[in-house]
Design a protein around this ligand. Structure first.
Ligand SMILES: [Fe+2]
Length: 164
């Protein structure tokens, strides 16, 4: 059985150069890593949150990781649609992510505050990635990133509002 290297790029004819597709696969995998780190953190906090706001935060964190789970799949499959390999190991995610994993179990408000900062970081990264996608003539991914950015802007607003 042969294995493909994690940078293997298929030859496909969708009107984008291999170089541009490689740039976008890297960009998608970077986002995939951040979303996965945040997904694990949201599950962690869903399980471990305590205090008077337990019921609402337990439910809210579940909503967040459910949305992340859906987006993770879309991002990974877009990397495949561009002929690339979707990052799929924890080692790759930790190497590629700009977000930090949770350390310990913070108090409830600190959990929300950290998730808010993380989602803002994802929005900022996405804003930059939309520009990269335009430069790479990848209008499909630019549109996809723009939609995600809008959705996470709303999530960031909600998390921010809780801790203010
Ligand atoms: Fe649960």
């Amino acid at each position: 059985m042969t294995t493909k290297s994690k940078t293997h790029l298929e030859e496909i004819a969708i009107g984008m150069s291999a170089k541009d597709r490689e740039t976008m696969v890297d960009s998608l995998n970077g986002l995939l890593a951040d979303l996965t780190v945040l997904y694990i953190k949201a599950r962690n906090y869903h399980w471990n949150v305590e205090g008077t706001h337990f019921f609402s935060l337990h439910a809210e964190f579940e909503k967040l990781y459910t949305a992340l789970s859906n987006d993770i799949d879309l991002v990974a499959e877009r990397a495949r649609a561009l002929g690339g390999i979707a990052a799929g190991t924890m080692a790759q995610y930790l190497e590629l992510a700009t977000l930090k994993e949770a350390s310990g179990v913070p108090i409830a408000t600190a959990m929300v505050s950290e998730l808010s900062d993380d989602v803002e970081r994802i929005v900022s990264n996405l804003r930059q990635k939309v520009g990269e996608a335009d430069d790479a003539h990848d209008f499909g991914t630019a549109d996809f990133f723009t939609g995600l950015m809008e959705a996470y802007e709303k999530t960031a607003w909600m998390l921010r509002s809780y801790v203010r």
